[in-house]
Design a protein around this ligand. Structure first.
Ligand code: SF4
Ligand code: SF4
Length: 349
């Protein structure tokens, strides 16, 4: 989808842009480096904290919309008991997120909002969240492969504003009416984006696309998984190396499984919590009887890959369940992350 408007911005004005955007929402979440050197998406208080030259953060910015754990409601004792639901009207601006994570948010939107049941918690957060993406002008990380998933190096939709660096100028794209309102706040800094700037961004994106394209083996894996052509031996090889830690799901910006539990606090308050879950964990499908339909790591590996790459799910969810962010490559101790699995499947073919 073409942007609603395009502008140019001198690169040395980026700090001022970030500074102004800090006042556009109750909280701004952006890439922040902690003193030991790790990069997290966290609340930004000052523009100096933002770091845009980052390899992908281990935890994705999608946790701002779908947290690792959250309270749904609590019941405080008494007669009658009082039910409290933690609700906030605070607005949020996600600043500096990469195109792959923009694509992941679109997939989460579809999962949580477009089905028969809408998720109230997600819907409330999402309706108050604006997205300012920064396109990748160079390979963000040795592990990423967005070009295999059609999610980068710049976002085609899903952003409110997107900034793409071309030499000493940013191409600023407005994706939504909310983005238009943000751009108005910056109007004195923005200039006309001429055709040369737009074409040069396209040319460089194509160059980067070619550099990234070698990884992933996605089409072959999608074909073979959809056709149930992957042999049991391959799933067993993958399962044999999987430690069942669930790390690949917990860092994945696309994974959306969760469980719900009630817990009693020392003061007697009962809290209902929802927390992210992983189909790679042995207990994920264990039934109350003790029977587990996917007791073996190979069965869980097959299920995980099937859910992410089978065309049947792609058709239902609109996109494949991997945006090529490369986070599972960082976290998987068994070396059976998404690029490794798709490569094993392609080799078997
Ligand atoms: S991160 Fe690797 S080892 Fe851990 S559950 Fe996922 S595939 Fe298995
Ligand atoms: S499967 Fe791996 S590479 Fe793909 S989106 Fe999830 S974490 Fe990123």
């Amino acid at each position: 989808m073409p942007p609603l408007a395009t502008y140019s911005l001198p690169a040395d004005k980026l700090e001022e842009v970030a500074d102004r955007l800090l006042t556009c929402a109750d909280r701004v979440i952006g890439p922040v480096r902690t003193p030991p050197g790790d990069l997290f998406f966290d609340v930004v208080r000052s523009v100096n904290e933002i770091e845009l030259q980052y390899g992908n953060s281990l935890l994705p910015p999608t946790t701002a919309l779908f947290p690792m754990a959250e309270e749904i409601f609590s019941v405080v004792g008494g007669t009658p008991p009082v039910i409290r639901a933690p609700r906030s009207d605070a607005s949020c601006l996600l600043f500096g997120i990469r195109p792959c994570d923009v694509a992941a948010i679109q997939r989460l939107d579809h999962f949580f909002l477009d089905g028969e049941f809408k998720d109230d918690l997600y819907a409330a957060r999402r309706s108050r969240t604006a997205i300012v993406a920064v396109a990748c002008s160079q390979k963000a990380d040795a592990r990423c492969f967005c070009s295999c998933c059609d999610t980068g190096p710049f976002a085609k939709t899903g952003y409110d504003l997107q900034l793409s660096l071309v030499d000493d100028t940013y191409l600023v794209e407005v994706g939504t009416e909310q983005g238009r309102r943000l751009a108005q706040r910056l109007s004195d800094l923005l200039g006309v984006a001429d055709d040369d700037l737009i074409l040069e961004r396209e040319r460089r994106a194509q160059e980067l696309f070619t550099e990234l394209e070698q990884k992933g083996n996605m089409p072959s894996a999608i074909r073979r998984i959809t056709g149930e052509a992957v042999s049991q031996a391959v799933w067993e090889r993958i399962g044999g190396r999987c430690m069942g830690c669930g790390g690949c799901s917990f860092v994945c910006p696309v994974c959306s499984c969760f469980y719900v539990i009630d817990q009693t606090l020392p003061d007697g308050t009962v809290q209902r919590i929802r927390a992210q879950d992983s189909c790679r964990l042995a207990g994920y499908t264990r039934e109350a009887s003790g029977h587990n339909p996917r007791a073996l790591p190979s069965q869980r590996a097959a299920r995980y890959s099937y859910h992410k790459l089978s065309y049947r799910y792609i058709e239902r969810e609109g996109t494949q369940g991997c945006v090529g962010c490369g986070r599972c490559v960082t976290v998987c101790l068994g070396g059976v992350h998404m690029p490794a699995v798709t490569e094993m499947i392609r080799r078997e073919a």
